[in-house]
Design a protein around this ligand. Structure first.
Ligand code: C2E
Ligand code: MG
Ligand code: MG
Length: 289
């Protein structure tokens, strides 16, 4: 079915085990098909820090695949594969379910942490996407405003009408939305105005040189001003140094995220450290599990 769809759709194809094996010479795909059932997927969480106070406001959920023999497989090595073979749909719903479960568990412990979940283009195209998010929120009885759906800018541009519909329906439910990797896609100013996302995440590419290059700084400054004029919040991704942090705060970024503050980590680690640290999520207290 996916081969037929990839070839443009509206045509027949037949299953051929030889071709199947050829398409998966390393066996990664068949391992991926079994990974959810075997409980090999985990979510790690990376803090998003308030620019003004330096305190953690929320977290981004990042998928981790703990493979029994290959070790930790990074998302960029398996998400494109999962997208190409339709596996991102069940995996994506598992991510949403697990993130909502975690939000509920933290809420029960008196911590209102909002969690951002990455959503793939394939998920956005699913007809029942909104209903299934609503079902997850209901199942775990969480406050919908604690959930943020991150779409990459290129996903949004892929099908602007559908993206707008999804953003509007999520907003009506109280779920917030964010444009990830902003600046690397192809959004026009008109579309940015039209699409009601709550937040822009400035890509690491621009953050990297912000402390050393006046042009990079100018681009970030312009994006922050643009976002604020449009009533959107700005998150800077990939902050690695104190110099970058200082510049980004001075430019008015609302939230910052990056290794300078903390790496993505297992949820148990996060809360234990938060309970003991005088300044929440001090960078020295965290290492990636
Ligand atoms: P993203 O959503 O832009 O996530 C940020 C990535 O940057 C994460 O990589 C994070 O570990 C990394 N990062 C954070 N701070 C820093 C820093 O200071 N320096 C550097 N060099 N990197 C930093 P990760 O976890 O490998 O994820 C890569 C991408 O995989 C994500 O980019 C996202 O597009 C995708 N992804 C992750 N989890 C999911 C998921 O559950 N569903 C979907 N559809 N995609 C996901
Ligand atoms: Mg993201
Ligand atoms: Mg990003």
């Amino acid at each position: 079915m996916y081969a037929a769809k990839r070839a443009g759709g509206n045509q027949l194809d037949t299953f051929d085990p030889k071709r199947h094996r050829a398409a998966d010479p390393t066996g990664l795909l068949s391992d991926l098909r079994a990974a959810l059932d075997r409980g090999e997927m985990r979510l790690h969480y990376q803090p998003k820090v308030c620019g003004r106070t330096g305190r953690v406001r929320g977290l981004e959920a990042l998928l981790r695949w703990q493979h029994p023999t290959r070790g930790m497989v990074p998302p960029m090595s398996f998400i494109p594969l999962a997208e190409a073979h339709g596996l991102i749909v069940p995996i994506g719903y598992w991510v949403l379910d697990e993130a909502c479960r975690q939000v509920a568990a933290w809420t029960d412990r008196g911590r209102r942490l909002h969690v951002a979940v990455n959503i793939s283009a394939v998920q956005v195209r699913q007809r029942d996407f909104i209903d299934r998010i609503a079902a997850k929120i209901q199942r775990h009885a969480i406050d919908p405003s604690l959930l943020i759906c991150e779409f990459t800018e290129s996903v949004a541009m892929d099908d602007v009408q559908r993206t707008q519909q999804v953003i509007d329906q999520l907003s009506a439910m109280g779920v917030r939305t964010s444009f990830d990797d902003f600046g690397t896609g192809h959004s026009s100013l008109a579309m940015l105005r039209q699409l009601g996302a709550h937040e822009l995440k400035i890509d690491r590419l621009f953050v990297k040189d912000v402390a050393t290059n006046t042009q990079a700084r100018g681009v970030v400054q312009a994006v922050v001003q643009l976002a604020h004029v449009l009533g959107k919040r700005v998150v800077a991704e990939g902050v690695e140094t104190a110099e970058q942090r200082d510049v980004l705060v001075a430019l008015g970024c609302d939230e910052l995220q990056g290794f300078f503050f903390a790496r993505p980590m297992a949820p148990e680690k996060l809360i234990d450290d938060e309970a003991t640290a005088p300044v929440p999520f001090s960078p020295s207290t965290f290492v990636e599990a």
